[in-house]
Write a protein that binds this ligand. Structure first.
Ligand code: PHE
Length: 432
């Protein structure tokens, strides 16, 4: 069967940015930061450079080399050995687990689009914002409906195929960037801007804790979509791809969006409370953003536009997460795209019910999947890459593209030694 191809390199980048940029940058980043502020940010940037960048490139390289989705690619590289197969299955399970809560948060965003009027008019402080969020999350049927709609749109787009994603993102991403930029400038004029910026950009090393390392690493993996094979799939669709250049562009875009999101949210949070940002909880963005809109001219209009764009950005990420198990069922079982998508849709919808029913469970599953499961995926992948580095020819690809053996050597060292050692130390520090 001929493989579908990306229309152009720009189309590929925009689609990959679309997959990376989503709820992870806008909803999860400020919440994962907790009370960590500048210290978290510093560790996060370190994680992006030392973890994100090398793994991102390596995953694209696997796709580029094999022209296959993750499961087929690992099989081709590792032969009939079981390691690649098991790793692929673990990645698929991780993507399914992530989707169970990702769809719920996406569903909340859909509901927020329709509540924009109420949000911008009735909200005067964080308590009022919290009450509206509680009303939505406390209603099983409303949350279920949001999740259902979010999932059904994602799955239908997956059935339509790769071209659908590309078209959507080409137009969407630049608009989302623009609106985030405007909102950042707006937030910088708020009374809490000074406190917000101080929180974000200053730190004291004495506050260091391994907890920040874990959450920053998990957030970097989640936000950049690394370790679970999404990028292998993306690389496999691209004919003539510079892995270094593509990684740089996509990672920078994602990091800028995360930063803008923090710049938008923290000033408004500090304008309304003296409590630490971790008190904002998992719903921090859902409480702070409506206050941003309530305070600005044409707030309702901006709110509708922003939440709609956020829904579409989240959909693009969800599509890449769903594409993994769907492609697996198609490749390994020979199922039709439609049948595979329906099966995955049902599994995710049922899997999302515990998170819909319990905020505690939602928090737990987000923590477990985004931090531990994703890091486990990266660890498994780094072991795999260590074994097949030469065979995939990653060093060669980097040298050919940049002419720099030093970069190739550094990336190889980071993937083969630095990353597994850091993850291993993290595991140890959590056990003892
Ligand atoms: N990176 C996406 C986001 O930030 C989530 C995601 C994780 C997508 C893993 C694909 C794979 O929303």
């Amino acid at each position: 069967m001929a493989r579908e191809k990306w229309g152009s390199q720009i189309g590929f980048w925009l689609a990959a940015i679309g997959s990376a940029v989503g709820l992870g940058s806008i909803w999860r980043f400020p919440y994962a930061m907790g009370d960590g502020g500048g210290l978290f940010l510093l560790i996060y940037l370190g994680a992006v450079i030392l973890f994100g960048f090398p793994v991102f490139m390596a995953e694209l390289a696997i796709g580029k080399k094999t022209r296959q989705g993750p499961v087929g690619a690992y099989r081709e590289i590792a032969g009939a050995g079981n390691y690649g197969k098991r790793m692929g299955i673990f990645q698929i399970i991780t993507s399914l687990v992530i989707m169970t809560f990702y769809s719920l948060i996406g569903g909340y965003c859909i509901i927020y689009v329709f509540k924009s009027w109420e949000l911008t008019n009735a909200i005067t402080d964080l308590n009022a914002a919290q009450n509206i969020f509680n009303d939505i999350s406390g209603s099983f049927w409303l949350s279920f409906l949001g999740t259902f709609i979010f999932l059904i749109i994602s799955c239908v787009t997956v059935v339509v195929g790769v071209k659908g994603i590309e078209k959507l993102n080409k137009y969407l991403m630049p608009v989302l960037f623009l609106i985030l930029f405007i909102l950042s400038i707006n937030s910088l004029t708020l009374p809490g801007a000074g406190k917000g910026m101080q929180f974000l950009f200053s730190f004291s090393a004495s506050n260091f804790s391994m907890h920040y390392v874990l959450t920053a690493l998990g957030q970097a993996c989640f936000s950049l979509s690394i370790g679970i094979g999404v990028l292998v799939l993306f690389g496999s669709y691209c004919d003539d791809l510079g892995i270094v250049k593509s990684s740089l562009i996509i990672i920078s875009a994602d990091t800028i969006v995360s930063l803008m999101s923090a710049i938008i949210i923290f000033p408004v949070f500090f304008s309304f409370t003296n409590a630490g940002p971790s008190s904002g909880g998992l719903e921090l963005a859902f409480k702070a953003l409506p206050l941003v809109f309530a305070k600005m001219p044409c707030g309702v209009f901006v709110a509708v536009l922003f939440f709609s764009l956020l829904v579409i950005a989240a959909l693009a990420s969800a599509i890449s997460l769903i594409e993994l198990p769907v492609a697996y069922l198609m490749d390994s079982r020979g199922w039709k795209r439609r049948k595979a998508s329906f099966c995955i849709f049902s599994i995710i919808l049922i899997g999302s019910i515990p998170s819909i029913c319990s905020a505690g469970f939602l928090k737990f599953i987000d923590y477990a999947a985004s931090n531990w499961m994703m890091l486990a995926c990266v660890l498994l992948l780094s072991i795999f890459l260590r074994r097949y580095w030469k065979k995939i020819g990653i060093g060669q690809m980097i040298k050919e593209e940049t002419g720099s053996p030093i970069l190739a050597g550094t990336v190889s060292f980071l993937v083969k030694f630095f990353i597994p050692i850091v993850i291993f130390l993290l595991i140890l520090s959590n056990i003892f």
